[in-house]
Design a protein around this ligand. Sequence first.
Ligand SMILES: NC(=O)c1ccc[n+]([C@@H]2O[C@H](COP(=O)([O-])OP(=O)(O)OC[C@H]3O[C@@H](n4cnc5c(N)ncnc54)[C@H](O)[C@@H]3O)[C@@H](O)[C@H]2O)c1
Length: 345
Amino acid sequence: MEKITINTSCCRSEILVGEKWETAFGMLPEKGVVIITDDNVNRLYGNKFQKIPVFSIKPGEASKKLEVIESLAAKLLEEGIDRSGFILAAGGGVVCDVAGFLASIYMRGIRCGYISSTLLSQVDASTGGKNGVNLGDTKNMLGTIRQPEFVICDPEMLQTLPGQEYLSGLAELIKTAIIGDKELFDHIERSSDQILSRNSGLLTSLVAKSVRFKGLVVSEDEFETGLRRILNFGHTYGHAIEMHKGVKHGFAVASGMELATEFSFEKGLINYEEKSRIIRLLNRFELIEELDISYDQLEKLVLHDKKKTGSEIHFVFTNGIGKGIVEKVPVIDVLDFYKRFRAKN
Ligand SMILES: NC(=O)c1ccc[n+]([C@@H]2O[C@H](COP(=O)([O-])OP(=O)(O)OC[C@H]3O[C@@H](n4cnc5c(N)ncnc54)[C@H](O)[C@@H]3O)[C@@H](O)[C@H]2O)c1
């Protein structure tokens, strides 16, 4: 088991990687606890939720909306949860985003912890304290940044994850490697078969590396005023692809990373060999989506992106495997690169 501590201005969050998920029950207050989960996780793991009240939401992105927050808040109130209450989220990125947001606003904030049950949430979503819901078709528009007290990442839970969900999480792991950890990239490259067979020991080590990197970034820049933007590698195009095609987050981000890597290559930031290694690794796990968004559609979706300020955008490039760099670029450059890329491919 690896314990990674994230210290921010207000709090301390412990991420336990390789720990059994049931350990969470020993970390809760004696009363005033509720579990928020989704129907799939509840079906698979609910029989071990002890006698704690469970509120289960519908699985998937469609649950990331204000209506769901409001309805859960009403249930907490009915259950008699007051300011001393505790929300235990058990699920993937959707459940953690919803439950974390609710915990941060219910009675102006109550305590929470996560059992992180997908690869995507273990390597990314449940570290860093970002939470929130979508507004119409614009992702993560309403939310806060607030650290859960603990996050448990149990690799055994990943054994029940559907294949596409697992691969989606792998994309975020590869993202971390590209922008921050060359050794992690090499490790993923040489262990692809074991990764596909979901070897628990290997997963503990890979998830821990990813969490450690994200933890360092978040500890330095909790509110994304600088360094933390680096974590958005692949997300400018990725969010647009996710919204347009309705594909899973990781697959959209993988296609966004392909574009961002090619853009970096065009700008002379990364050499041909490293660019090819990145694209090869994404293809090894069949992560890249066919790009069928028109220029106009992309423009509309990118302009919606909340990371845009004025006519410029903070775009994350890679300047070599293991290194990311954020530059403010005109939105038009991002759109024009897409046009050139599509014309060539
Ligand atoms: N807060 C952040 O920093 C952050 C970062 C990245 C992504 N996200 C968000 O995370 C969300 C995506 O997260 P996700 O990919 O985990 O999706 P998800 O939460 O929808 O989970 C994917 C599917 O797997 C099922 N599932 C969960 N755990 C399972 C298990 N152990 N076994 C079997 N099935 C299981 C779920 O029911 C769901 O159907 C997106 O909304 C994205 O915006 C947030």
